[in-house]
Design a protein around this ligand. Sequence first.
Ligand SMILES: [Zn+2]
Length: 241
Amino acid sequence: MSDEPCFDISQFGAEVRRVLVVAAHPDDLETACGGTVSLLIRQGIEVALLLGTDGDIGTHDLSFTRESLAATRRQETLAAAAQLGLKEVIFLGRHDGELVPDLALRAEIASAYRRLQPDTVFTFDPFWAGQAHPDHTAAGRAAVDAYMPSKMELYHAEQLVDGVKVADVKRFYFFGGSNREGEITIDISSVWDAKVAATRCHVSQFGQKEEALQWLAEWNRETGKCCGIDYAEAFHSMQVW
Ligand SMILES: [Zn+2]
């Protein structure tokens, strides 16, 4: 049992108005923070998604090509986004398994920070040594790396046209989980069904079999145990200025 209290979603409302989720793969948002995103949207907070890759190696079904899988997964992403009520999805279209936090990725994320003006970014924790997927680390790394230059007028000044201003990101929330303590635990029990429905839009990944999302239920139940709640998502915060 942790001493950490469960963080009430309404506490986000005072300081969080616009959220950008920086993810690596089409189903990352739904599985890592789909419940929290659903709760935020229900509070009137705008949430958009920036997606690094199309998830174009994410199958063992060899009737797919990389191209056809990418196209399928974009459609699934848009279906899930509509289900959740996301404001926008930005597809960067990198290849799955090859996302790197290079200068081009940094600039593309900075452009999204400037155009969408999120005050809050949800992403993978680039500092977590237990992360096994390099695309996840890369997405988190590039999201943090884009923060500082996106505030500066002389960085990619060509992005600052048509009323687009420098960015003003105030805080990051990194996805946590049951295998390590999150400092913020959100009770998602009331939107568990919405999270499952959005996740199930990724048919190529989870099909319609009941047991396909058993791992997700176990993960979110385990995360909730610290607070004695049914289903939870956890986050680590990083304050910037
Ligand atoms: Zn992923």
